[in-house]
Structures are given as structure tokens and as C-alpha cells.
Design a protein around this ligand. Structure first.
Ligand SMILES: NC(=O)c1ccc[n+]([C@@H]2O[C@H](COP(=O)([O-])OP(=O)(O)OC[C@H]3O[C@@H](n4cnc5c(N)ncnc54)[C@H](OP(=O)(O)O)[C@@H]3O)[C@@H](O)[C@H]2O)c1
Length: 354
């Protein structure tokens, strides 16, 4: 007889976000009502997952679209935290869920991970939107992404997720995290992206840098607050309360406050200086052109969106409907840098980065 448990698949379970979601699901009070599998590309990780009670499905990677579709067709809920910019795999996963719906005659759900760089403006090379704060309840995020004049992988993928879901009749939900900080709780990768990448850059240069003035503003969220949001959303998707939108209206922000890029660079400079990794805690302003040449093959627009833009959002849906909240404020973010650098010490003190 077919299992009545909800079959959950995590794509990206070996990563920072996906691994933390996996740990959150494993700790969930209703854990006995669902099974968890992970779609992974490295066979050696299967044993560690198995010890946690998590099944593994192997594939070559996100370009292996048939494997994505097949794996999806064996599950009721997919949480995708592998790549925010891989539209073809997202489409294949949703198509697989549509097959699953036909086989089981019950609804299947797709929870996708995007990122708030979808809101990023161009304060140095184009128009600034420093005063615009996006609400996931009041603004039409989907329409903004669809109509946006600049082609950007994360927006293309979000639009593909919504449109494929509507086409094949699978309900989709998109979580849009800002800068995520704090140690991940997953079994493999536990470091985030933006802050560790800036710390690596500081180690290579010998001092912390900020692009241009660094006065543009972004949001942040602690990884444990973010994984708590995913758990609530997962539970809501299974329960389908009346207040839960899907598709174009289900693009959700998660944040606990705002910082400037200069605050990030100064936090990194102070923490690395204290540990003797930098000779100074001075932050040097570097031109966008120079940073783009170093990290985005000269693509200034991309470097600006990722590391110098304004991107301001409010998690209104989470706070008003989902029952999500956080007690962490700006202080928690501004004082976390010591821990982040501590967690990176083996890497920052290794020969390779010098
Ligand atoms: N961290 C942040 O602050 C943040 C904020 C907003 C949005 N995001 C976005 O969220 C996504 C996940 O971020 P993360 O920080 O969790 O990254 P991560 O730690 O690098 O994890 C990525 C996960 O996806 C898998 N993956 C990536 N590319 C793949 C491919 N081509 N084929 C198969 N598996 C692949 C990785 O598998 P392996 O273990 O096999 O490599 C890993 O499980 C990214 O797109 C990122 O841009 C991140």
C-alpha cells in the first residue's frame, strides 16, 4: 500500500540554506507525518544523510533535467534551496510534481528559494531606489519581476517558477531571503555567502574594502530565523489555510532589519583585525569597476546588484499571516562578525587564501 506520509524532497540539502531547512524539518514536532529525501550529486554524502533518517536520490546536477523530473514525481512537497538562478531545473521539478499529483490524486507543493538581489538597484551606474521599501503583502513582486527591463537570473527563475506552477496546476511559494548570517545547522555546508566572500576578499587584499561609498541599504536575517520561516511555510502549505496565497501572490520576504554595506565591511574589518588577520581595521573604498574586474568578469551591473545596491523589503506576510517573528534586531547582526570570522578561521589562516 502507498505511504500516507507526505513525501518531502529537499534539493540543496547539502548546502547552507537547504541543510538548515533539513535540520529544522528533522526537529519538527510533526516529523513522524512525513518522510525526507535529498537530491544530491555526491554519493559519499548519502551515508551521513541516511544516519539522520534522510533518504538520498543521486543525480548528475541541476542540468540533469530528467533526473529532476523523475525525483520530483516521487514526492508531494519539494523545498528547493539549490540555486536561485537555475530556471530549467525549477521548471522540471514542478513538472515532476504535476505528474505526482496525477498519480496520487492529491495536491503537491513547490517551495523555491530566491534572494533579495531581485530588488537590487544601481546607485552608481544607473537609477537609485534608496527610499523604496518592498512589501510582500502590498506590492506585486511577481509583476515587478516579470516587467523588469534588466534580465537577471534570479528574477527569470522566479517568473519561471510562478508560470510553470500555473501552467501545470502545482501551487508554488517563493521565499526571498536577504543577507543571511549565522552558522547553518545542516550536516555539510554551514557558512553563508556574502559576508564570508567579503572576508575572503579582505584576506586576499590585506584590508577590508567597500564598493564606492557603501551607503546603500540591505536587509538581513539570521539563518535560524529563516529556517523557522520555511518550517511554518511548509506546515501552512500542507494545511492550506484560507489566508495562504500561492503562485504570483506567494513571493515572501524574510528579514529582521537593515544594514548598510559599509557596516558589513567595518564589521568584517574589526573582527579580522582583532584576530590578527588584517593589519588594520580601516575600510578602503574601492571602485565598482575594480571589484567587477575581480569578481564578476567586469560585469559592473552584477557586482553592483550583489554587493553595492539598495534592496529593502519587509516580511509583512510572515509577521501578519504566518505567525513568524524574530527577537533579533540590528545589534545581533552588528555583533555577529566575531563569530562569523571565528567559524572561518581554518580557511582564513590557510596558505591558499594568502
Ligand atoms: N546565503 C545567502 O545569504 C543567500 C541569500 C539569498 C539567496 N541565496 C541563494 O540561495 C541558494 C542557496 O544558497 P546557499 O548559501 O545555501 O548555497 P550553498 O551553501 O552553496 O548550497 C548550495 C546547495 O545547492 C547544491 N547545488 C548548487 N549547484 C548545484 C548544481 N549545479 N547541481 C546540483 N546541486 C547543486 C549544492 O550541492 P553540493 O553540495 O553538491 O555543491 C548545495 O547543496 C543560492 O542560489 C544563493 O544565491 C543565498
Amino acid at each position: 500500500m502507498a505511504s500516507t506520509k507526505t513525501q518531502v524532497l529537499i534539493v540543496g540539502a547539502t548546502g547552507y540554506i537547504g541543510g538548515s531547512i533539513l535540520s529544522e524539518l528533522l526537529r519538527s514536532p510533526d516529523r513522524s507525518t512525513f518522510t525526507i529525501s535529498a537530491l544530491i550529486r555526491r554519493p559519499e554524502q548519502a551515508k551521513i544523510l541516511e544516519a539522520l533518517g534522510v533518504g538520498s536520490l543521486l543525480f548528475q546536477g541541476l542540468d540533469d533535467l530528467n533526473a529532476c523530473r523523475d525525483a520530483a514525481s516521487q514526492h508531494d512537497v519539494i523545498i528547493n534551496a539549490a540555486s536561485a538562478s537555475h530556471d530549467t531545473s525549477a521548471k522540471a521539478l514542478i513538472e515532476g510534481l504535476a505528474l505526482r499529483q496525477k498519480i496520487t490524486n492529491r495536491d503537491a507543493y513547490f517551495i523555491h528559494t530566491s534572494g533579495t538581489s531581485i530588488l537590487g538597484d544601481h546607485p552608481y551606474t544607473g537609477a537609485s531606489s534608496e527610499y523604496k521599501i518592498w512589501s510582500d503583502e502590498k506590492d506585486n513582486i511577481y509583476e515587478m519581476e516579470k516587467q523588469h527591463p534588466e534580465r537577471y537570473g534570479q528574477r527569470v527563475t522566479d517568473v519561471t517558477v510562478v508560470e510553470t506552477g500555473l501552467e501545470v496546476g502545482v501551487k508554488t511559494y517563493i521565499v526571498v531571503p536577504p543577507t543571511i548570517y549565522g552558522k547553518g545547522s545542516g550536516p555539510f555546508a554551514t557558512l553563508s555567502q556574502q559576508i564570508p566572500n567579503l572576508a575572503r576578499m579582505a584576506k586576499k587584499r590585506g584590508s577590508a574594502a567597500v564598493i564606492e561609498t557603501g551607503k546603500a541599504t540591505w536587509n538581513h536575517v539570521h539563518m535560524s530565523d529563516l529556517s523557522a520561516f520555511y518550517l511554518r511555510l511548509f506546515q501552512a502549505a500542507r494545511d492550506q489555510p484560507k489566508w495562504l496565497p500561492s503562485g504570483p501572490k506567494a513571493i515572501f520576504f524574510v528579514e529582521s532589519g537593515e544594514h548598510t554595506w559599509l557596516q558589513v565591511s567595518q564589521g568584517i574589518a574589526d573582527a579580522m583585525h582583532k584576530k590578527g588577520l588584517l593589519a588594520t581595521n580601516q575600510v578602503e573604498s574601492v571602485s565598482l569597476k575594480k571589484v567587477a574586474a575581480a569578481i564578476t568578469k567586469g560585469n559592473e551591473s552584477l557586482a553592483e546588484i550583489s554587493l553595492a545596491s539598495n534592496s529593502r523589503a519587509r516580511a509583512d506576510f510572515g509577521r501578519n499571516q504566518l505567525g513568524w517573528s524574530t527577537s533579533r534586531g540590528l545589534d545581533d547582526f552588528l555583533t555577529h562578525f566575531d563569530a562569523e570570522i571565528e567559524a572561518m578561521l581554518p580557511e582564513l589562516t590557510s596558505e591558499q587564501l594568502s
